[in-house]
Design a protein around this ligand. Structure first.
Ligand code: OFO
Length: 169
């Protein structure tokens, strides 16, 4: 049975993951309208992955005798200045998510809930990967600059990343 502090921390994290999914979805839609179909495919897929992160938490809370709360979400931004701006926001967002995950882990240790602590380790490693990916993409975009040809190649590369099976990323 989950104690109330752990249940609350996990429900807060459910909201964080749901908001991540929304944020990526908004960015995907913006990229699609900007003609960046590869980037849009990458971001749509990532939005789905964030939803899976949320569902994994919902199931864990319910399976352990708690009550998962499906949260109300705020509307994400509709417009972004540039693609570089999208990925800068994305990296900032993932860094915040990492901090949120670390605070859930902290509650687990304080409450001596080693089962939930163990469950959360998957999120800890996932965040390392996501931050690295966002940072690498941002570095590439800095090289692309205002070169349209390079942007075309960049977008095509992201399409390939979106299409690759998980194990090849
Ligand atoms: Fe759920 O991994 Fe990003 O936010």
């Amino acid at each position: 049975m989950l104690n109330k502090k752990i249940e609350k921390a996990l429900n807060d994290q459910i909201k964080v993951e749901a908001e991540s999914s929304q944020a990526y979805l908004a960015m995907a839609s913006w990229a699609e309208r900007a003609g960046l179909s590869g980037t849009a495919a990458f971001l749509y897929k990532h939005s789905d992955e964030e939803r899976q992160h949320m569902l994994k938490l919902v199931k864990f809370v319910n399976d352990r005798g708690g009550q998962a709360v499906i949260p109300e979400l705020k509307q994400p931004a509709k417009d972004y200045k540039t693609l570089q701006n999208v990925f800068a926001l994305l990296l900032e967002h993932e860094t915040n998510v990492t901090n949120e995950i670390n605070s859930v882990v902290d509650v687990c240790l304080k409450e001596k809930d080693y089962t939930t602590h163990n469950f959360m380790q998957w999120y800890v490693s996932e965040q390392i990967e996501e931050e690295t990916l966002a940072r690498n993409i941002l570095d590439k975009l800095k090289l692309v600059g205002n070169d349209n040809g390079a942007m075309y190649m960049f977008d095509r590369d992201l399409l390939a990343v979106a299409a690759a099976p998980e194990s090849e990323k």
